[in-house]
Design a protein around this ligand. Sequence first.
Ligand SMILES: C[S@@+](CC[C@H](N)C(=O)[O-])C[C@H]1O[C@@H](n2cnc3c(N)ncnc32)[C@H](O)[C@@H]1O
Length: 335
Amino acid sequence: MFELHGLGRLVLARYEPFLRHWQSSRAGAWCPRLRELSQARLHAPRHGDWRVWMEQLAHLPVIEPAVRRFDAPCVGVEATPPLDASMRDQLRAGLLALHPWRKGPFCLHGVTIDAEWRSDWKWARVAAALGSLRDALVLDIGCGNGYYGYRALGAGARLVLGVDPGLRFVAQFLALNQMLRSDRLAVLPLADEDLSDLEAGVDLLLSMGVLYHRREPLRHLRILHRLLLPGGRLLLETLVLDTDEDAVLEPPGRYAQMRNVHAIPSLSRLHSWLHAVGFQQIEGVDLTPTTSAEQRRTDWMRFQSLADFLDPHDASRTCEGHPAPVRAMVLARRV
Ligand SMILES: C[S@@+](CC[C@H](N)C(=O)[O-])C[C@H]1O[C@@H](n2cnc3c(N)ncnc32)[C@H](O)[C@@H]1O
């Protein structure tokens, strides 16, 4: 058994190559805060399974990568020669111990992580909206296990800082990056509020699937605005109400079985919110209903998924009677 502080130190050491790159970026002044808060979270982790996950990590095989692919739908790595069957089984079992896998797919040395979400579909919409990411300094808030961060690197971004308070996602990132070996991406155990008083530093901000989880959506948007350099772009993706009206749904109980959905705006309300916190050049770039082809139960996410959360007699409604999930992507600029 590892002692927790020792464990925290080992994990923090893995972030150092990334943090050294970040230090020399335009957001270098963020580094002391990133280090200090990550250290605090990892020395006293709020999830009882953290120690178990870290032990799993220590048992994952260490394999020299020969080919890495961050620009393909299945973010992947291969070795030369390829892994033999018993090593592959060991890798698969170690990764499955970090179940549930929400975001993917990943193709790691012959093991395909078929995650709950086809995140490659969402990335295709993001990439079409963003165009070139060449040399961009990117912050992905609520990044999950880092899938989109790898894709952003594959699209030319210079550095991607992902933050997510969910420690399981952080553990998954550490496992993934043990295979994928990028020092240009990190997923740190932080939330939007942890960054709220930092100076502007990045030129692209991704906030996807986070807004409706925040009790104060305008506060989330204010934080995003503050963190962007002048001229920087926000790509915001969120559940919306598919209506021309100016409206917001504040579900009194659950929404599609989720307890933590606080506000689902119409596009017009979302536009007003973005405008109110100072964003300009606001444009809707995508509107996509979520289907159970994109979000579904798999061997890597064995709990209930979207199909179980919709009305069995009317797929246009959630099981609580709300409109079924539709997601919008909006681009906005800080000028
Ligand atoms: C629906 S998931 C979206 C994940 C990913 N961005 C995507 O689009 O697939 C929401 C994520 O936001 C994270 N999250 C929740 N509260 C947050 C906060 N205050 N700041 C940053 N991330 C948060 C959750 O841990 C979760 O990973």
